[in-house]
Design a protein around this ligand. Structure first.
Ligand SMILES: Nc1ncnc2c1ncn2[C@@H]1O[C@H](COP(=O)(O)OP(=O)(O)O)[C@@H](O)[C@H]1O
Ligand SMILES: [Mg+2]
Length: 266
């Protein structure tokens, strides 16, 4: 069965997109090409910016080239809008490739346009049903809200990873997300929490206390930490994953640990 993993947290800036990109690219690098689909379900289209370039994600819409918007409104099939991204190798990682189902700012309009539609929360699930057998894993980057787009992701998914930054407020937000996941599990019994993922970790007391609290609340479901590193932001800005940007750094090693652990939990 294809693993369909939503990267979700209604809070913005916790590292969702960074984790979605690096888990998807890392998976493609470790397991070989043609196994991974990255679905960008955030109108901010940051994952699309990295995979396909800023002009595609933020520039004018290209005629005849679809995005998730058309798929959710049933104007295109997922297979019509998916693009393949070639990923350059280096001395540590071989050349590979992954597929992306892109977003664009226009995706923001889908939320309002789906409002009156029957089964509006199931559009992504239905669209992925036609292509999911082509992949080993589908990673969905969610927007920072619990609106229709995130609901589509959580109903399409069979797993969820929750990135959490250090602090007390993120933990309060997790309780809320947890109760949302609980509600979704009543209609999508397949949905499992694969793990919470401590991001932007540093040596502060707050970061340590956050990890301890996560271990208390989620037991074994805490994934290896991702440290706070300037290079992680720089890689995003350069349009690269951390494995391509700084293959020998501790950030790449940390994300490789995360990817191996997520693969192992399947
Ligand atoms: N581990 C990290 N260390 C340093 N900066 C990070 C890290 N993870 C994310 N960032 C930066 O923090 C900002 C928010 O991250 P992002 O992944 O876009 O979060 P979200 O998708 O949850 O809004 C981005 O500018 C990103 O480059
Ligand atoms: Mg994001």
């Amino acid at each position: 069965m294809t693993r369909i993993i939503a990267i979700a947290n209604q809070k913005g800036g916790v590292g969702k997109t960074t984790c979605a990109i690096n888990i998807a690219y890392g998976w493609a690098r470790l397991r070989g090409p043609d196994r991974v689909l990255l679905v960008d379900a955030d109108p901010q289209a940051n994952a699309t910016s990295v995979a396909l370039g800023v002009p595609f994600a933020n520039g004018p819409r290209q005629a005849g080239v679809g995005i998730l918007y058309e798929v959710l409104l049933e104007r295109a099939a997922a297979s019509d809008v998916i693009q393949t991204v070639e990923i350059e190798g280096n001395h540590r990682y071989a050349d590979t490739a992954l597929d992306i189902l892109p977003a664009h700012l226009q995706l923001a309009e889908a939320e309002a346009q789906l409002m009156g539609e029957f089964h509006r929360e199931y559009k992504l699930k239905n669209a992925l049903a036609e292509i999911e057998d082509d992949y080993e894993v589908i990673i969905i980057d969610c927007p920072p809200s619990l609106g229709v787009l995130t609901m589509n992701a959580l109903l399409a998914a069979n797993e969820v990873i929750i990135p959490v930054e250090p602090g007390i407020f993120p933990l309060v937000g997790i309780q809320y997300l947890n109760s949302t996941i609980g509600k979704i599990q009543r209609v999508n019994q397949a949905l499992q929490i694969t793990g919470v993922l401590p991001t932007m970790g540093d040596r502060t007391v707050l970061a340590r206390e956050t990890r301890e609290q996560l271990f208390k609340s989620f037991n074994g479901a805490v994934l290896p930490d991702v440290p706070r590193r300037v290079s992680i932001g720089e890689a995003n800005a350069a349009g690269l994953d951390i494995f391509g940007f700084e293959p020998d750094g501790d950030s790449a090693a940390a994300f490789e640990d995360v990817v191996r652990e997520v693969i192992a939990r399947g």
